[in-house]
Write a protein that binds this ligand. Structure first.
Ligand SMILES: Nc1nc2c(ncn2[C@@H]2O[C@H](COP(=O)(O)OP(=O)(O)OP(=O)(O)O)[C@@H](O)[C@H]2O)c(=O)[nH]1
Ligand SMILES: [Mg+2]
Length: 386
């Protein structure tokens, strides 16, 4: 974790009215951003880009070790402290494993939903304690949802997941790898995503555009109309044709620049997060999403009672299901074997009984013959008795 200062035009809390300044600057505020979406869309790269472009001395160049670009396999949190004058923001960025490789994708996105709910749960439990000092707050204030630029349309998996996310967190849709689309293709795709979002009733983060001064209204307007935000991620510094050193991706046709508004919306998105809408994101998390969670949970359990049953790990659930199936099959086959054995015993018993009966009949016959012989033998009649 590094304590550093921001390079852009100040962090959001520095622009607040005085009263709010005081509240926030005293203890510093937590601000948590999460990234999620299909595998390989550049989520981890985006986090590295955000840190290197936002924070002046984010790890010195010499010993900088960006987050590994290997496939992200578990939820990882990177923290930094943004400090401007007397304002402190504890920034946490939550990286999540991408999905798309599983037969059942639920396995990969359920932990993301659980993570968001768990942070609300933890905060609520802390609020219910007698001492509410020093609460740990990791509630997610913004969830950046990465959309693949290749599909030309929003996938049903994206729609399903965005619906779930939008109802519990400030959802911000992102078009990944904008450098792989032509400017025209990007605009068309943006329009398609906007239409799909509204058609499917997906709730995304939006905030008031109107402001007292025209400049702010225009800036808000430009930020709002750019959604869904297109992103180019890169931590490399490359040289443009006109000799500028910029963060970007180099191609034979030129350089795709991260911080160029004509190439992508990275700057707008960063401004929205760190500067212009940070407070909106914090307050809507508190007033809408956390409050919604709290009310929902309070309706189903008593004050202070722990959550009844945490949604189970879907992988474990599937394993459990498979075990249960094998177990039932085993029991069934054992039962069949047992019944067969029982049947064999019964027929063996019947056979022995029949044997016994015929032995009895034989004995009876012999006795009768014996009696007959005695009677034939005259006077000394004696009945054979068994
Ligand atoms: N063209 C292009 N490639 C990118 C961009 N951002 C990242 N990449 C590349 O895409 C590949 C995957 O990037 P990651 O950042 O690991 O992707 P991820 O979304 O974190 O992947 P998972 O961890 O598997 O979910 C890497 O080779 C990156 O260099 C981008 O904006 N444009
Ligand atoms: Mg990753």
């Amino acid at each position: 974790m590094s304590s550093v200062s921001v390079s852009s035009n100040g962090i959001g809390v520095a622009n607040l009215p005085n009263q709010k300044h005081k509240i926030i600057s005293g203890k510093g505020t937590n601000f948590t951003v999460m990234v999620c979406g299909e595998s390989g869309l550049g989520k981890t790269t985006f986090i590295n880009t955000l840190f290197t472009t936002t924070i002046k001395n984010y790890k010195s160049q010499a010993k900088r070790h960006d987050k590994q670009l290997d496939k992200t396999v578990e939820i990882e949190i990177t923290k930094a402290e943004l400090e401007e004058k007397m304002f402190k923001v504890k920034l946490s960025v939550v990286d999540t494993p991408g999905f798309g490789d599983y037969i059942n994708n639920r396995d990969s996105w359920q932990p993301i939903i659980d993570f968001i709910d768990d942070q609300h749960e933890n905060y609520m439990r802390q609020e219910q304690q007698p001492s509410r000092q020093g609460k740990i707050d990791m509630r997610v204030h913004a969830c950046l949802y990465f959309i693949s630029p290749n599909g030309h349309r929003l996938k049903s998996l994206d729609v399903e997941l965005m619906k779930r996310l939008g109802s519990r967190v400030n959802l911000i849709p992102i078009i990944a790898k904008a450098d792989t689309l032509t400017p025209n293709g990007l605009q068309k795709f943006k329009q398609h995503v906007r239409e799909s979002i509204s058609k499917n009733n997906i709730t995304i983060f939006s905030s008031a555009v109107e402001s007292e001064d025209e400049e702010t209204t225009a800036r808000n307007q430009s930020i709002a109309s750019a959604s869904p935000y297109s992103i180019i991620g890169s931590t490399e510094t490359v040289q443009t044709a006109d000799g500028r050193q910029v963060r970007g991706r180099e191609y034979s046709w030129g350089v795709a620049e991260v911080e160029n508004d004509n190439h992508c919306d990275f700057k707008k998105l960063r401004n929205l997060l760190i500067r212009t809408h940070m407070l909106d994101l914090i307050s809507s998390t508190e007033e809408i999403h956390y409050e919604h969670y709290r009310q929902q949970e309070m309706a189903s359990r008593k004050f202070g009672e722990p959550k009844l049953k945490k949604s189970e790990n879907p992988k474990l659930r599937e394993k459990e299901e498979a075990l249960r199936k094998t177990f039932t099959e085993k029991v069934k086959s054992e039962e069949a074997r047992f019944r067969q054995w029982e049947q064999q015993l019964i027929s063996e018993r019947d056979r022995l009984n029949k044997d016994l009966e015929s032995q009895h009949a034989n004995i009876k016959k012999l006795e009768a013959e014996l009696n007959y012989l005695y009677r034939q033998g005259g006077g000394r009649t004696q009945t054979v008795k068994r």
